[in-house]
Design a protein. Sequence first.
Length: 644
Amino acid sequence: MIKGIGLSVRRGTQLLLEDADFVVHPGERVGLVGRNGSGKSTLFALMRGEMDADAGAVEIPAAWRIASVAQTIVDGQRTACEYVIDGHQELRELERQREAAQNGAGETIANLELALEQAGAWQAKSRAQALLAGLGFASQEWDKPVNTFSGGWQMRIALARALMAPSELLLLDEPTNHLDLDAMIWLERWLAGYQGTAIIISHDSEFLDAVCNTIVHIEQRKLTRYKGNYESFLSQRAERLRQTKIAWERQTQEAARLQRFVDRFKAKASKAKQAQSRVKALARMQTMAPLHAESAIDIRIPSPDDTPDRLLTLKDTSVGYSDSHGALTPVLSGVTARLEAGDRIGVLGVNGAGKSTLIKLIAGELEAISGERLPSKALTVGYFAQHQMEMLDRDASALLHLVRLAPTANEQTLRNYLAQFGFTGDRVNESIAPFSGGEKARLALALIVWNKPNLLILDEPSNHLDVETREALTTALAEYEGSLLLVSHDRHLLRTTVDKFWLVAHGTVKPFDGDLDDYRQQITSFKPNRTLPQDVLTEDNQNAPDRKQQRREQAQARQALAQARKPIEKALTALESKLQTVSNRLAQIDTELSCESFYQDTDSQTRQRVMTEHGKLTQDKETLEIQCLELMEQLEALEKTHLQ
């Protein structure tokens, strides 16, 4: 297992961890959570041996191999596939030894050949290709040099390389930041099959819910372990906050009572001994600091002054970019859509399908190649994308950025406005150069919405934001009274801020008739293993008409399967919810029963009631588990029927 013992760590003058302990058991999927700057990445650096603690130590079994995602690409000339295989360093070393022993002794060569086979040498290329395909790379991209890809796609290649490496401990720091929903769901399924121990830093609550069975929370320079997924962590922490507040209030009252006694009687000889004992009791009483919930940022997006009924219309529009010869190449064609007052639309589609191209067209940053883009005269657009952060002046302060935007506005008005985005006090006058990615994202958003747009277009706004700030953004967008067009891989953000979807696929844009669960089902049904793309799985000797007919039949079968699965999955979700409620209550009772005071302080009737409840809940849990298994068997039977 992994143990952190008495850890104290500083970064510069800031104390991140102080006498902190933690433990991670083999095979666990641990979500490491905490606010930006709390020390999560620093803890990863300690585990990788890249830095030393100021006090204490992290103990990891010596035989464990550690895999993590490199932040920089070492050899950009390598093809994507070969670069991923390079992650299997043991295999590459055996290959070098085999090459060097080309003319050596037969026994040496035989031993190396056996070692190569055991290391999976003959399957390495197909494994690397499967990882790349799962993360969204088309087969024609596998042999392209790494340095020909954009930064986001290079990070996907680096992630595939880390997954390729044999490891007992996998460290993933924000692995979903550059993934679309398809790739994220594939990664969730890959992690479910990973045999080692995984520790994951992520601000995506749904991703943590899907992959983690333990949460370690960094708070007030300590590490607190919670059993269960992220949703369970939130419930447990809320209860812990409540209990520590009660304990702190009791201690405060007791300290005040002791102090009153001392003040009243310490001067009287007859009471001196008793007063002295109270003084000692006060001295022995360890001061308990109240555990406060971390103060969340309260983001407020101003609502528009004027919103026309029709904001913008696209009629048979094509949009794209110039190729190397200057010719315009469409990315999307035949797009017909309409944005109206009150629309709240989420844009779905794999990376590279054209989501960003679509919103650039709507935002007016790209001109249509053909067709019409018809905006209302009263349309005002607020457009947020990652390049807005890059356009910020690193040497200027947050306040100066806003002054440049609104030179005639009162300074206090500007300060009050920036406070709504988490910039207060002297912070507003500091250069933004050392700001975190999350702080820069908040500032860019504040500048974009200053003029009260009636159409807010957001392209991955939650990247770099911690969980608390994401929640604040979610609340702000839910309360925003204008129209919203949102591209995001954050499912919680999408679920709570939009009410319909557009799907960008096959070079066009269509309404998506369903919700995120339907979209996930479509992904998992269409690509059950998400390993190799269809053109690799199709045999070369099949002709094009046959393939089209085959795909048509497969699509019909998938649609029928999805319809048949829906009522079963709905019933299964309801049962799983009941099972979780029963399990949570059983865990609470188990905690009560394990306390010695339960058998001493609790009256017999209460004990009998609690133990009776425990017995009934145990039976209920068994019944619910059987019912869940029966529904799962029904789903499996459906899958087999449709595959035949």
